[in-house]
Design a protein around this ligand. Structure first.
Ligand code: HEC
Length: 117
């Protein structure tokens, strides 16, 4: 094997690795604007804010509560898609709002954003 072949092979491996790293991180990246506009369109901010408790807990609190929990995403997807009982500060309970979209990628992006706060 000549030296130049070896260098070409190395370059090829290096660029493949770079490409892989790039695509792996970009697929996990959160589109904050899309997350917020989905939340706005669904009136989530009527009861939630990023940092202040309203009728619902601040999203930063939710993120802290689920930090390090492996099932956080699945748990919160269930929470926003099934209308499970939500407890309000005054003690009454009602079905939690069900998000209008069925697009799982959009929902995961929103949940990912909440968990990143
Ligand atoms: C009418 C008020 C209201 C609206 C609108 C609302 N929520 Fe909530 N949400 C609540 C309340 C109250 C809780 C607390 C539930 C509990 O602890 O039982 C909650 C809890 C949550 C939690 C935390 C759940 C957990 O397991 O800790 C998340 C995440 C959440 N809401 C997301 C959303 C999203 C996303 C939307 C918009 C699609 C939304 N909420 C719209 C009232 C609301």
């Amino acid at each position: 094997m000549s030296n130049s072949t070896t260098i070409k092979q190395l370059l090829c491996i290096a660029s493949a690795a770079a490409l892989f790293t790039f695509s792996a991180s970009s697929s996990a990246a959160i589109d904050v604007e899309a997350a917020k506009s989905l939340a706005r369109a669904n009136n989530c901010f009527k009861c939630h804010s990023e940092s202040k408790d309203k009728d619902g807990p601040a999203y930063q609190k939710v993120a802290a509560k689920y930090k390090g929990k492996a099932d956080a995403e699945a748990r919160l997807i269930t929470h926003v898609t099934t209308g499970e009982k939500a407890k309000f500060p005054d003690g009454h309970e009602e079905d939690h709002k069900i998000i209008k979209t069925k697009d799982m990628a959009e929902i995961k992006n929103l949940i990912g954003w909440i968990l990143s706060l």
